[in-house]
Design a binder for this molecule. Structure first.
Ligand code: NAI
Ligand code: COI
Ligand code: MG
Length: 363
């Protein structure tokens, strides 16, 4: 007796955990989820993190939230934080939730792409001839350094320690070199440190130099001290291809790149457990805008959701292996901006909802 082959099982819907968080987080995540649902079929569940989670459970990263994130195909985060420090220094802080999540999921590679769009040349405080053609990516080490070192405080003193191991530096260097080697990039890595002062930076510089020389000899490597890098990012941003740096320097320098694009509200990020799959395969990861919870504009419907929408594009490309959908979302954002869409941070009056509608219409 012959049997006919069983019908192919329908492709499972990717499971996305959304963590709206605090401040403008819920506003920008709601917008970005509409865009996500417009490009595919996804099973999305929401969980609390940050101050919202402290209010409900007493913890910034409740065990249920962490378990859901660990089991998901990808995680979309808004932002956490109230903008003020709790009076009790022992009280849980919302930001711990994001730091613990990054560490628990092993997301050591934080990719922060920065592209100067022609339509927004006038929105940047930099001269158009300086921002023209800028297409760089900051690769920030995300689970080491000062944010994770031993720390303590008393009433009159406090310390934080910065530690890096060779292994931590090697693996993030490989991510930067893999990205720099991809089609469309310029095979140039600029490693940023403070090697004239810090031992961790001297170890960083030696290790990066060795990995590039041994494993990526085609990559042009240069080193900049972080103070010079901060200056060069606004005086000659087009000279950068891939910027590789440690956790805190990457946090600070990537906010500075907002001056290139015109607004912090536009910048997306991907936090991955390794280099993006070169064949566009599934990687999982955490995707979030570069900005924080912006308490100064929260609840007014004024926040730009574009950094989160573009983080959804990174999630589609790097997390879920859907590059065509990622391209479609990025093209829709560009078309909406080309057509004149401007939120208040870009000098306009479009609301968060107007922006969502404009992107959906441009898809
Ligand atoms: N990954 C995360 O969850 C992060 C959380 N934070 C937290 O966010 C809170 C506020 O920090 P801030 O220093 O004020 O930084 P922030 O990034 O929240 O805001 C800085 C400035 O940019 C503006 N801005 C930010 N995102 C915007 C958007 N989408 N559209 C329009 N304007 C936008 C804000 O209105 C503000 O004027 C703090 O509690 C901080 O710890 C900060 C950075 C990252
Ligand atoms: C946990 C965050 C407050 C740190 C930050 O500013 C960032 O990751 O960009
Ligand atoms: Mg930051």
């Amino acid at each position: 007796m012959t049997t006919s082959p069983a019908p192919a099982a329908p492709a499972a819907r990717p499971r996305i955990v959304a963590l709206p968080g605090d401040g403008i987080g819920p506003e920008v995540v709601a917008s970005a989820l509409q865009v996500l649902h417009a490009v595919g079929d996804f099973a999305v569940v929401e969980h609390p993190v940050g101050a919202a989670a402290i209010d409900r459970t007493g913890q910034p990263l409740p065990p249920d939230t962490l378990a859901a994130c660990a089991a998901a195909d990808a995680v979309l985060l808004g932002a956490v934080g109230t903008g003020h420090q709790p009076a009790d220094p022992e009280a849980p802080r919302p930001e711990q939730g994001v730091l613990e999540l990054r560490a628990a999921l092993g997301l050591y590679a934080n990719l922060r792409p920065v592209r100067a769009l022609p339509a927004l040349a006038a929105a940047s405080p930099l001269k158009p001839e300086r921002t023209k053609g800028v297409d760089l990516i900051v690769v920030r080490e995300l689970t080491g350094g000062l944010y994770f070192g031993r720390r303590a405080r008393t009433a009159d003193d406090a310390y934080d320690t910065c530690t890096y191991t060779v292994t931590e530096i090697e693996r993030v260097t490989r991510v930067a070199c893999e990205l720099a080697s991809r089609t469309g990039r310029r095979a140039r890595v600029t490693s940023v440190d403070k090697a004239n002062v810090l031992d961790t930076s001297r170890l960083w510089r030696e290790t990066v130099t060795r990995v590039v020389a041994r494993e990526y000899p085609h990559v042009a490597l240069d080193h900049l001290l972080v103070d010079t890098a901060a200056m060069r990012l606004v005086t000659d941003p087009a000279s950068f291809d891939v910027v590789l740096t440690e956790n805190m320097f990457g946090d600070i320098l990537s906010d500075e790149t907002a001056a290139i694009t015109g607004s912090l509200g536009l910048l997306p990020s991907a936090s991955l457990p390794g280099a993006p799959d070169p064949d566009g395969g599934i990687r999982g990861g955490l995707f979030e805008p570069v900005h924080g919870s912006a308490p100064d504009i929260a609840g007014r419907g004024q926040a730009s959701p574009l950094g989160t929408v573009l983080s959804v594009a990174l999630m589609l490309r790097h997390g879920l292996g859907r590059p065509a959908a990622a391209d479609a979302v990025e093209a829709a954002v560009e078309r909406a901006l080309d057509a004149g869409l401007r939120t208040p941070d870009l000098g306009g009056s479009a609301t968060t909802d107007d922006t969502t509608r404009a992107v959906l219409a441009a898809l």
